[in-house]
Ligand binder design. Sequence first.
Ligand code: NAP
Length: 286
Amino acid sequence: MTAQIIDGKIVAKTLREKIKEKVKAYQEKGIVPGLAVILVGKDPASQIYVRKKAEACQECGIKSEVFNLDETTAEKDVLALIESLNQRRDIHGILVQLPLPGHLNAKAVIEAINPAKDVDGLHPLNMGKLLAGNPALIPCTPYGCMKLIESTAYAIRGKNAVVIGRSDLVGKPIAALLLKENATVTICHSHTQNLAEITGKADILVVAVGKPHFITGEMIKPGALVLDVGINRLSTGKITGDVDFSAAAEIAGWITPVPGGVGPMTITMLLENTLEATYEQENILH
Ligand code: NAP
């Protein structure tokens, strides 16, 4: 293997230690950061994510409140809950666990969150600020990807970055963040032609597609930095990424494993965003 492994568990652990210290400093000023998590329905994967988020908050001293709403909850009731949380001084961050049941309009729900409390960074105002190169609260997974690149001391400026996937959650925001760092960015999607030709020129390759082993070793430029965002559960129960890791690791310069790469960063950046939101709302002076 030639590639250096970017270990998300280690990077996340270091960041969480810093988060704990910041929380302690806030507490000394009489401020306890507060996060509200809204879960509608009983989707098993969402239940696990919500539980992990609450546990991570507890570990770092952030107060979390989880609102488990019935699968059939009417949109007006979800919006009313968000409005009440928008008004609460002790709640600095609000997160609605996605996906929502089909009868709810996810866009309307996200837009109801006060942008200052939008710790998932998905409100149109925060997305717009990101695109304008003036990010406020950044979506957690892309934010974590940038921290992983930072951990390698890799110089992004002037490099060819290729992002595969254009979701609001991952692809679009990571492309905007790489652009802000002066990479030359190409975004690929399901209509892209000659994908291997494009990926073969990528100094930085971010893959967020959701298809196991979608990127093969031959598609990677020698020495590239590869971030595998994909999380795919195989029929064996094993979790794997979008990149054929063992083949890619022979060619890439840096690579994130799955699990243990991007995944551990997502919740960590949610904690970081909750602190950011607290800092802004409480006008904390460092
Ligand atoms: P998504 O909304 O389903 O988006 C997938 C993207 O892949 C779409 O933009 C789609 O293109 C593109 N795509 C599909 N087939 C393609 C092809 N043949 N060639 C090129 N592009 C193709 O998924 P997502 O929410 O961004 O998530 C992507 C993956 O990351 C999933 O495995 C998800 O579980 C994982 N994820 C991980 C984390 C984490 O914490 N590690 C967080 C979020 C997501 P079109 O737009 O044209 O359809």
